[in-house]
Design a protein around this ligand. Sequence first.
Ligand SMILES: [Zn+2]
Length: 386
Amino acid sequence: MKTNLVQIPVSKLVDGFVYNEHEGKGLFGLSGQLTIQPEYQRNYIYADGKRDVAVIRSILAGYPLGLLYFTKMADDKFEVLDGQQRITSIGRFVTGKFAIFDENDTPHVFSGLPKDQQDKIMNATLLVYECEGTETEIKQWFETINIAGVPLNQQELRNAIYSGPFVTAAKAEFSNSQNANVNKWGAYIKGVVNRQEFLERALEWVSDGDIGGYMSTHRHDDNINELKTYFNTVIDWVSGTFSMVEKEMQGLEWGRLYKEYHGQSYDPSKVTAAVERLYGDPYVHNRKGVFEYVLGGEVDAKLLQVRMFDEATRNAVYKQQTEAAKEKDESNCPLCAVGSDSNITKIWTLADMDADHVTAWSKGGATDADNCQMLCKTHNRAKGNR
Ligand SMILES: [Zn+2]
């Protein structure tokens, strides 16, 4: 791995700058020698009137912009490894794509700035590390330099590491905000399309979590058929099983749920009724758990975090149960009391007991004193499903 530290003035960097508004990418600079947005780089995300403006303000104030990293591809060919957002911000500003504001809130585009400020920007120098090395070395660099500006997320990093025809095709499908399906997918997937979070889910599902392994295997594929088919199968299964779109459905582990439950058949109208009933149940704390609970046949109430008995109820039931037990000289755990071991007369402390629904919550039992009994921890655990 060879590195070479150079200083490049802004004027040289933005010479021949091209910004593609449609793709949201800064494309070229440095008189055509520099590819700003290689295939694997994320899209330009600084165009928010804050981060892009901050870059220009930093230059005008004389602050350093941090190191930029270029990969040397040939003698006069470079690609930006890190710094694409900053370079694109500068390029867009000097080509009049956005304005900065002075203390009176008056907007100024580059061409409207006083000459001395224009010169200050154009003459500012940026520190650039030119890197030359093998793919492995560059991969390691990429992981180490993941520092400046908005850090690359895991999937952006993987796209860089496994760049090639597969990543290109996958991004065209899953990282493309123009794709008409994005709205539909967004009901089930959390994240931002151009930060590769939809692509990441698609890869996670098809690869059973081994995204890196899958991308490595398919790196040179010229199609994404398997990825696309699997993803659509999961989405179709979710939307076919659950007719409703609730905000809690977004970001659930649909890949895992598909694997676990797609072999079972469901009656959509019963599923809908169950989800509606559980959404209306004030004891259900975790609405995200409703969908898996229904898929699993409404057995695993832990998924719902059903509201527990409060302290006052537990104290009152304990007191009443214990007094009655002492009178009859039997255990205050009703299940111990009918057992056959030495615990048959044991009086447990409150700390050694747990509250239990006499009629299980899932069978319609309420979470109130009338439906509460204290059991020793062993018996409560054995009873399981509350
Ligand atoms: Zn017991």
